[in-house]
Write a protein that binds this ligand. Structure first.
Ligand code: BEZ
Ligand code: FE
Length: 294
């Protein structure tokens, strides 16, 4: 087979990749070729534009290291991460909706006790968070593991300023109590722009988009027999809720961070100064794969 032209090249490539032994590799390869060729046919790039595209992807790869994952940022900002999330995490009644993980999760977060202050002395408005973890049928999940992380009052995570602050802060790992409950103190997070000093930032600018995410607190919650929940709780009223650069906002994940006066707080402590208060009840989805593996 030779002498391909604009009208024959796609079928020729499809025939070639159709020989893949693994049916899933074949399915993915064929779809990739069909959609990629359709894209090129629609856009009809000039040679220069094609070179720009190759250079863009090259720079995206070169920007990646153990701290920066520009390809995931590209997937996030093109809505692909949330599409993959939606496909893989249908949410039954009683389960909490999911959203993107983001690049600021740390595997080895400091273990804290329920009730601890995790702010690490960072400046900001005090925030009390109370919550519960249940199964989607309402049964409390004692001992559920709750990872939490959020930005400071200027919109920076600890890992973006470790040289300045020294230690991880505004993040922790808790174990829910016997009733599936937990609470902690920290500071109120702020909205922030995603890292936009690389090719993804160039793309956003060219597309006339801002790089901001509305203020939120991240949660990753696990319990044996349940799907791991990756989600955030967003601050109601944030001006970026309808234009989150990574398309991660869902109504069910927005809560008022209520302003409270000094005095007895919901956790029984006496707050010496005004503080914000967030409560959220999380629901975990039974892990369907467990039954299948047995
Ligand atoms: C975050 O919320 O931490 C995040 C999510 C996606 C891209 C960048 C940041
Ligand atoms: Fe975040």
């Amino acid at each position: 087979m030779r002498n391909f032209n604009e009208h024959t090249i796609t079928d020729a490539v499809l025939a070639r990749v159709g020989g893949a032994g693994d049916p899933r590799v074949r399915e993915i390869s064929e779809a990739l070729v069909r959609h990629l060729h359709a894209f090129v046919r629609e856009v009809r790039p000039t040679q220069k534009e094609w070179e720009y595209g190759i250079d863009f992807l090259t720079r995206t790869g070169q920007m990646c290291d153990d701290k920066r994952q520009e390809f995931i940022l590209l997937s996030d900002t093109l809505g692909v991460s949330m599409l993959v999330d939606a496909i893989n995490h249908p949410v039954p009644e009683g389960a909490t909706e999911t959203t993107v993980l983001g690049p600021f999760f740390v595997q080895a977060a400091p273990e804290k006790q329920v009730g601890d202050d995790i702010s690490g002395g960072m400046k900001g408005d005090p925030l009390l968070v109370t919550g519960s973890v249940s199964a989607d049928d309402g049964r409390p999940l004692a001992g559920a593991v709750i990872d939490v992380w959020h930005s400071d009052e200027d919109g920076y995570y600890d890992v973006q300023q470790l040289d300045k602050i020294g230690d991880l802060s505004m993040r922790a790992r808790f174990h829910a109590d016997a009733d599936g409950r937990f609470h902690f103190w920290s500071i109120k997070p702020a909205a922030y722009p995603i890292p936009h000093d690389g090719p993804v930032g160039d793309m956003l600018e060219a597309q006339g988009r801002h790089p901001w995410r509305p203020a939120h607190v991240h949660f990753m919650i696990s319990a044996p027999g349940f799907e791991q929940l990756v989600t955030h709780v967003f601050v109601a009223g944030d001006k970026y809720l309808d234009s989150d650069v990574v398309f991660g906002v869902k109504d069910s994940l927005i809560r008022e961070f209520l302003q409270r006066s000094p005095g007895r707080a919901p956790d029984g402590r006496t707050a010496e100064q005004p503080y914000f208060y967030l409560h959220y009840d999380f629901g975990l989805k039974h892990d369907a794969r467990r039954g299948m593996a047995a």
